[in-house]
Design a protein around this ligand. Structure first.
Ligand code: ATP
Ligand code: MG
Ligand code: MG
Length: 555
């Protein structure tokens, strides 16, 4: 499905192309800070920025690592980001940029502002600065540094860079408007002293520019045309414009769109980091995480994530998207692409008393009814099988059509069987085995006399089946909006205690043992699963449930 749905951002880009605003150029960028792993909200931004670059002639999208805050950034995160963007299906070609490469240029920009008397060195402490900033109804008070001479400011800023002062001794601030109703314009800090090693620049710098002083200038240096960001930066746009105008440099245009929020999860790197560091999940790639690596390990496909991003569209209004819509997009893709296999999660033994001992028959099974080219495979059938425990009832109610004493059902791709006897554990009364007979005339799933059965069960040969650990996942949080907590209550109280259920004694058909880690399959009648890419071993299979079959999305 390559058809493009338009939105206000794309319309704006199209309009700018028509009017020749940026000489018809279209250059977007995706600018993550390498201080964590990407989540599905970032995927929305990736699909938007890279999507626009693909759709407009000559369009280019830059991958820019926005790495000017040395404390939490690392090469590990850079590599993870690059791998996630590629996995999502996008390619930045040679357009890989690092804001930290602009440190010298950004420093020069700051000097230029000082020389124009548009920036000054301020010695207020953080607390004092807050106090001086004023309120919405009260204008800010000038810091004593605001009246420093250009010469003194240049000297101090140079000495800040030279490392003469400890962290926090001074900051550099833009001289804008202490009475502005937009607090961002009340002389924002643009440089601070941090004697911290930077993962790329090393110890070269001890002054670092802040986000607002980095972002627009980086856009300008890279000659971005459309700088697309989330709505919380709308209030920063006047500042974005002020810097570019004051510096008299090339001026891209910032446009804001609504960020993605999803039910039953949280979507901020800070919180995701907290879940990882606090051991509430097993790492960034825990299959319950809304991170790209987590979703990938869970069995999500890049196509499903892209389809989801297309479906939710791009608007100016904040809202929360139903997780069920994401799962709907996932099922849609997996239904078309994943091979069907049989697995039993809660095994109950069936012995077919009239089937020859030691005999194994290879049954033909269709790999994917949605895709003829997927072909077929052989599934071994034997005297002893496992079926799903809840596919049998000793005393079935009226609407239960599956196996019961005296009842005949079809074994998928094999024979009709009839339950003749129920064997129980003498001590506990638990059903441990069913004795059944089969009708040899029904091979392939129909009877020559045309008699009908009402149910078809999946099964696995007890002799040939392979044991597996299956991890069943549910939402990470037990309420739709985990952040909606009363004051003083931590959102983590909403974590779902049952988000992971481990089934240690599942049995899968032997073909599953030959699949590569990461392969996605449908377990017939149970859902979509994938071989865990990290923990699964050829002799100790670990399988994740990606999503159940039932679609809860209300169209
Ligand atoms: P978070 O708020 O989750 O900590 P961030 O915004 O700090 O993330 P960045 O690395 O700065 O993360 O984000 C890179 C880009 O991804 C930005 O342009 C940002 O607007 C966009 N982005 C981040 N979160 C979302 C989201 N939930 N929906 C859409 N776009 C997002
Ligand atoms: Mg950020
Ligand atoms: Mg943020």
């Amino acid at each position: 499905n390559t058809e493009t749905v338009s939105d206000f951002v794309r319309e704006k880009v199209a309009e700018d192309c028509r009017t020749g605003k940026f000489d018809g150029r279209v250059v977007t960028r995706f600018p993550p800070e390498p201080n964590g792993y990407l989540h599905i909200g970032h995927a929305k931004s990736i699909c938007l920025n890279f999507g626009i670059a693909q759709e407009f002639p000559g369009g280019v999208c830059h991958l820019r690592l926005d790495d000017t805050d040395p404390e939490k950034e690392s090469v590990e995160f850079v590599e993870a980001i690059k791998s996630d963007v590629r996995w999502l299906g996008f390619d930045w070609g040679e357009h890989e940029y690092y804001a930290s490469n602009y440190f010298e240029q950004l420093y020069e920009f700051a000097v230029k502002l000082i020389k124009a008397d548009k920036a000054y060195v301020c010695d207020l402490s953080a607390d004092q600065m807050r106090e001086y900033r004023g309120t919405l109804t009260e204008p800010g008070k000038p810091s004593p540094g605001r009246s420093r001479s250009v010469e003194e400011n240049l000297d101090l800023f140079e000495r800040m860079r030279a490392g003469e002062f400890p962290d926090g001794a001074y900051v550099l601030r833009a001289k804008i408007d202490l009475a502005s109703p937009n607090m961002n314009l009340r002389d924002p800090t643009i440089y601070r002293i941090r004697h911290v090693n930077h993962y790329r620049a090393g110890d070269k710098w001890c002054v670092y520019p802040l986000y607002d002083f980095t972002h627009g200038q980086s856009d300008s240096i890279e000659r971005i045309t459309h700088s697309i960001c989330t709505l919380e930066f709308e209030d920063h746009r006047p500042l974005y414009n002020w810097f570019l105008d004051a510096l008299e440099i090339y001026h891209p245009e910032q446009t804001e769109f609504a960020r993605l929020n999803l039910t039953y999860t949280v979507m901020s790197k800070r919180r995701l980091l907290e879940l990882v560091e606090g051991g509430f999940v097993n790492g960034w790639d825990d299959p319950r995480m809304p991170t790209v690596v987590g979703l990938r390990r869970r069995g999500y496909t890049p196509a499903a994530l892209r389809a989801f991003c297309k479906k939710i569209g791009v608007t100016k209004f904040d809202g929360t998207t139903d997780f069920a819509l994401l799962e709907h997009c996932l099922r849609d893709d997996l239904n078309k692409t994943s091979q069907r296999v049989m697995a039993v999660l809660d095994p109950l033994k069936v012995v077919i008393t009239n089937y020859p001992e030691g005999q194994i028959e290879e049954m033909d099974a269709v790999n994917n009814p949605e895709d003829e080219s997927a072909g077929s495979r052989k599934v071994p059938f034997s005297r002893e099988l496992y079926i799903e425990r809840d596919d049998f009832m000793e005393d079935p109610p009226k609407k239960f059509f599956r196996l019961a004493p005296g009842r005949e059902v079809r074994m998928r791709y094999a024979y009709y069987i009839t339950c003749e006897e129920v064997i129980k554990d003498k001590a506990t009364g638990e059903i441990v085995e069913l004795r059944c007979t089969y009708d040899p005339e029904t091979r392939g799933g129909s009877s020559p006399d045309g008699r009908k059965v009402k149910a078809t069960l999946h099964w696995v040969s007890a002799e040939k089946g392979v044991p597996a650990e299956v991890r069943l996942y549910d939402h990470l949080f037990s309420v739709p909006d985990p952040s909606d907590v009363e004051e003083g209550v931590d959102y983590k109280t909403n974590l779902n205690p049952n988000s992971l259920e481990v089934v240690s004694d599942a049995i899968v058909e032997p073909s599953v043992a030959t699949l590569e880690p990461g392969t996605r399959v449908q377990f017939e009648r149970l859902g979509y699963f994938c071989i865990d890419a990290k923990d699964s071993k050829p002799d100790a299979l670990v399988i994740n449930r990606t999503v159940t079959l039932r679609d809860a999305w209300a169209k």
